[in-house]
Design a protein around this ligand. Structure first.
Ligand code: HAM
Length: 425
């Protein structure tokens, strides 16, 4: 007999199950985050849950935590090295290149996605090993209006949900013209600090990431570090100023944050993050930026691009932190309660007819008694119950009960569907 460890039957560490009724909120959040994209020319894309490891090590960056520590990797029986996707941008760009979407003569290629991502992180509130993002990528255009468009759409998505306490942090990371000189200046400064081995190594591979160090002892030493702002080339300055102007014109408030470097290596120029102040340490509800060099890094042509991903799990937590209750339509509008076998068949047919007519209906399965069945009707959130016993059937009617007011009226069997369609308005 096979024996299993006890925890084989619990969700793995850092994951959680989404079950009703909370799952309805999650779904509504996912839909609300995507809605502004769908009315702004973004087409839906779905890519596999896993990719070749190399796509992420090259794309996201060999020196990032995501690649060095957090990837779930596996070797297939055939010897292929795969990784569960830790993020969506590299995959979406890979798919766009592979399908030649950029050659269809319609740049930018605007795509949106929604799905599961996996990072082997230390789990805590708001940080999971399996989490959900809604993302957008606009591939193949260098235009500050495109950066602004994406940021505005994210702000509109959060606002549509009723979120208020979020802040937008904005920065420019420069480009291949100006970043190398800044990198050198920063390295010169960092090499003079008192830092541990790993951080010293990081200075050589990706010094900008050191600016992102959250440890107090390191932060103190970073005061006075050369600022990228002072090293931006003219083109980057003009570009960034234009993004800022467009955001301001759209009524989007932002904070300039020159320490914002993000945890992925592909960014150039515009970077941004949405922070929610009710979330504790895992406060980033979304983030993104421009990645003009990523296509070439993964073997494609030059395709300047920009995108973002918003965390669905953290957006749900942010809503909770603000006490926002989404108004969700009841999943069930009508609940049928049969009394006796003959009524079962008649009401079951009626429920099918209602569903086919577009009315969300459910049925008291399992031969429940009246009391229990009415409890289920109330729990279902339905506004109406249809109750019928033998006497009703003999008269060719069912009782239509308004569960809010308690009013009950007999309705002819063949008029029920019409009556309910009319009543729900
Ligand atoms: P990211 O900042 O790594 O960016 O992730 C985006 C959002 O996903 C975060 O702000 C957060 O809300 C959520 N998230 C990330 N990790 C976790 C986790 N372990 N648990 C819960 N939520 C998490 C990207 O992924 C980029 N691909 C965004 C992008 C798109 N840049 C350009 N295009």
């Amino acid at each position: 007999m096979t024996t299993y460890p006890v925890n084989a039957f619990t969700a793995p560490k850092g994951t959680y199950d989404l079950t009703p009724p909370d799952s309805a909120t999650f779904l509504a959040v996912r839909e609300a985050l995507a809605a502004p994209l769908r009315r702004s020319g973004y087409g839906y894309i779905e890519t596999p849950g896993f990719e070749h490891v190399e796509l992420f090590s090259r794309g996201v960056g060999e020196s990032t935590d995501i690649v060095t520590k957090e990837m779930y990797t596996l070797t297939t029986k055939g010897g292929t090295e795969l990784a569960l996707r830790p993020e969506g941008t590299a995959s979406v760009l890979r798919a766009a290149l592979e399908r030649n979407l950029h050659k269809a003569g319609n740049l930018p290629v605007k795509l949106w996605y929604s799905g599961s991502y996996y990072r082997y992180e230390r789990p805590q509130a708001g940080r999971y090993r399996h989490f959900s993002q809604v993302g957008a990528e606009a591939i193949g255009a260098e235009d500050p209006a495109l950066d602004a468009e994406l940021i505005i759409l994210a702000v509109d998505a959060y606002r549509s949900l009723g979120l208020r306490d979020f802040r937008l942090l904005l920065n420019s990371l420069g480009d291949k013209e100006c970043r190398p000189a800044y990198r050198e200046a920063l390295q010169g400064f960092l090499r003079g600090l008192d830092l541990d081995e790993e951080t010293r190594r990081r200075i050589e591979i990706n010094p900008l990431r050191v600016l992102d160090d959250k440890r107090e002892a390191v932060r103190k030493q970073l005061v006075g570090a050369p600022a990228l702002r002072d090293h931006l080339c003219e083109a980057c300055k003009v570009y960034h100023e234009r993004v800022r102007q467009l955001l301001t014109a759209a009524g989007v408030v932002f904070e300039d944050d020159e320490k914002l470097v993000r945890g992925l290596d592909y960014y150039t120029r515009t970077t941004f993050e949405f922070i929610h102040d009710g979330l504790g340490s895992q406060s980033a509800v979304g983030g993104g930026g421009r990645y003009d060099g990523l296509s070439e890094m993964i073997g494609g042509p030059a395709l300047p691009s920009v995108g973002w991903a918003l965390g669905v799990d953290r957006t749900v937590l942010a809503l909770r932190a603000e006490g926002v209750e989404l108004e969700l339509p009841a999943a069930t509008e009508v609940y049928a309660v049969p009394l006796g076998d003959a009524a079962r068949d008649v009401l079951f047919d009626l429920v099918t007819a209602l569903r086919r007519a577009g009315v969300a209906a459910d049925f008291a399965f399992g031969g429940k008694g009246l009391k229990n069945a009415m409890k289920s009707a109330n729990r279902s959130g339905a506004r109406f119950a249809l109750v019928a016993g033998e006497r009703d059937l003999a008269e060719g009617v069912v009782q239509l009960k308004d569960l809010e007011s308690g009013d009950q009226t007999p309705v002819a069997l063949d008029a029920v569907v019409e009556e309910l369609r009319a009543r729900r308005g």
